[in-house]
Write a protein that binds this ligand. Structure first.
Ligand code: LER
Ligand code: MN
Length: 281
């Protein structure tokens, strides 16, 4: 299933298509034959989010996931924040996002929203505990709503904790919540992992969602990530979730969305062949 990551509001976080033009995003996703969109949402009470909901309702598209990083990038809210009132504003946003995700049967992404561990390294353990306890709180709300959260490892230049799939799995195990899985993003993996195929195999049954972007964060197929090999590995591990293009809107959102969907479609034979090496289906 093919999805593309779009931003409901204009954003400084660049690998999102149609920033601030959600109605156009929905129209183009339908035209190009995407199954779903992933929505990057800053404030779930915004007018922009309400009109996006309306456009989606009329389109028949699914919402593969709601991404939450804008609350950190635009508003500085994160679960590692030492201020309990900041953490509680964020917990309230997360609750509203989870409720919408429940209605749409969407995942909720815990990626950029994690923020960074700040100050001296000796204080990082405490901040990590804060993050663990806040995210466990989001997972409890999500469990009540029937929603699954996704922990996304992010490369070292963007954050200083949970950079690899192994670290994401260790963090998830420490939460001890069944409704939390891993999101693997090929752009981050290309920086952090020794082998992309091994990282996919490591995700195993916990791997619930994939962000695709090439080594240069353009549409898959425009850099040097070996997506054919990845598609085969995904087929072998039995992955049957979304491949979501989270890419730079270059040279413009429409062209990027169109190149991504064409390339993702071209991978289907590799994926199917390795899911079913005997050739029948
Ligand atoms: C988000 O999906 C992502 O990939 C990060 O670079 C920042 O949140
Ligand atoms: Mn990503």
């Amino acid at each position: 299933m093919k999805s593309m990551a779009v931003s409901v509001e204009p954003t400084g976080f660049s690998p999102l298509l149609f920033p601030g033009e959600p109605e156009e995003a929905v129209k183009v996703a339908v035209e190009l034959g995407y199954d779903a969109v992933e929505l990057s949402v800053r404030d779930p009470t915004s007018g922009a989010f309400k009109s996006t909901k309306k456009a989606l309702h009329a389109s028949g598209l699914r919402v593969s996931a709601i991404a939450t990083g804008q609350s950190y990038y635009a508003d500085g809210l994160s679960p590692t924040d030492p201020s309990s009132s900041v953490r509680s504003v964020l917990a309230d946003r997360m609750k509203q996002i989870i409720e919408t995700a429940a209605a749409w049967n969407s995942y909720v992404v815990i990626g950029g929203i994690r923020g960074k561990l700040n100050g001296p390294e000796s204080s990082w353990g405490e901040q990590l505990e804060l993050a663990r306890s806040e995210i466990r709180g989001y997972a409890d709300v999500a469990r009540g709503a029937g929603v699954t959260l996704l922990i996304e490892p992010i490369n070292r230049y963007e954050t200083n904790f949970i950079n690899t799939v192994a670290e994401a799995i260790a963090f998830i195990d420490s939460l001890n919540c069944a409704n939390v899985g891993v999101l693997e993003d090929t752009f981050h993996m290309n920086i952090e992992e020794s082998s992309l195929d091994e990282a996919i195999a490591l995700g195993g049954a916990r791997l619930l969602y994939v962000h695709t972007a090439d080594s240069n964060r353009l549409a898959p197929g425009l850099g040097h990530v070996d997506f054919v090999s990845l598609a085969k590995t995904l087929g072998r591990v039995g992955y049957c979730g979304y491949l979501c293009a989270e890419i730079l809107p270059k040279p413009d959102s429409y062209t990027a969305a169109s190149k991504a969907v064409d390339y993702l479609r071209s991978l289907e034979p590799a994926f199917v062949a390795s899911t079913n090496p005997g050739g029948t289906r």
